[in-house]
Design a protein. Sequence first.
Length: 293
Amino acid sequence: MSSAALAPRPEQEVWASRKRVIDLDGLEMAYVEIAGSEPALLLVHGFTDTSRSFSLLAPYLAGRRLVIPDLRGHGATRTGRGCSIGDFAADIARLVQCLRLERPIVVGHSLGAMIAVEMAARQPELIGGLVLLAGTLKPDLAADHPMVAGVRELRDPISPADPFYAWWHACQPGVPQAFLTAAASEASAMPAACWRAILDEIRGTDLTAAARALRVATLVIAGGRDPIFDATHQQRLVQEIPVAILVAAAHCGHNPHWENPALVAAAISDYVQTRMDDGPRRMDGAGSRRGRS
């Protein structure tokens, strides 16, 4: 039985009611905040997800302060004028400043990982650590990739029962159906044109230079069965980031925090403790790798 099946399960129907709204210079951003100890974890979700993406992980991080926003154009946050990685990164940086977060650990999943790299390279003084979950530096998604082809075929109004979700939200058995249903419903609220515009931005992004500029030891968590950003993408993250630690979630796909939240939380907690022990400004001399399954 997977760890997701054993997880404490938050009530999915009340997740949206936990959201607050903050004005980021004209952009009203929705976010969920869970009280706890510092440093805060700032959890940045992936493409078409919302803060709900981390609802299965949150119980395993009990006791830690969590700040979990809806990105612009996702969930309860309105669409901004642009949807580039830089636009998203600027929003997250502004959120850190407006909430007066003291060097939070930024945890990004997929698109969120790309945003986290961009933000950390631009404004390293704002963060105390970086965790990249199922991330990439250069997506390299060809026109015939299932993700690209599937998004191109979506038409408004998008149905939460669209067959594309069987691939898009594919995961190991044990992930709660109530969670997957809610995630599909929220993703379907995003207009098809918005899906395509953001995907075009993702496909055109190359964060190699940003990764090389990072000055914080980075935790990379990789799903061993990721159909979108496979081992090649994870190896490149470790190679290009000056100090990177790799944790392998061998049996997981693109969403390890859904499939094995206990493993992901343990890896994050270990990383946070190491950052606290070493001090937030320490820069190690070489990257290292370690694996879990």
